[in-house]
Design a protein around this ligand. Structure first.
Ligand code: SF4
Ligand code: F3S
Length: 106
């Protein structure tokens, strides 16, 4: 499965949802997640993310491994998103900023 990681927080560009053939993205207030049981590993979303926040589970950086569980958990409760929308207003400013976990809204 593919996993959305920390750098999506407070950016939420949503380019990823547009290419997903199985519509397995779920949307929270300032972050998106992938449903691990629905993702078919097509890899189409990974290069689409301007924040480079999407990784194959096998290639997750060590400091992002907790996002596997977070994607599984939050994709069960958040609503589905299948169409691109505007990024969050300060997306460019937050892109690449460290320690964004603390800002994750549920
Ligand atoms: Fe969707 Fe493919 Fe990305 Fe999985 S890898 S979330 S199926 S676009
Ligand atoms: Fe997030 Fe990147 Fe998608 S910032 S919403 S994973 S395009």
């Amino acid at each position: 499965t593919f996993v959305v990681t920390e750098n999506c927080i407070r950016c939420k560009y949503t380019d990823c949802v547009e290419v997903c053939p199985v519509d397995c993205f779920y949307e929270g207030p300032n972050f998106l997640v992938i449903h691990p049981d629905e993702c078919i590993d097509c890899a189409l979303c990974e290069p689409e993310c301007p924040a480079e926040a999407i990784y194959s589970e096998d290639e997750l950086p060590d400091d992002q491994k907790d996002f596997t569980e977070l994607n599984a958990e939050l994709s069960e409760v958040w609503p589905n998103i299948s169409e691109k929308k505007d990024p969050l207003p300060e997306a460019e400013q937050w892109d690449g900023s460290a320690d964004k976990r603390q800002y994750l809204e549920r």
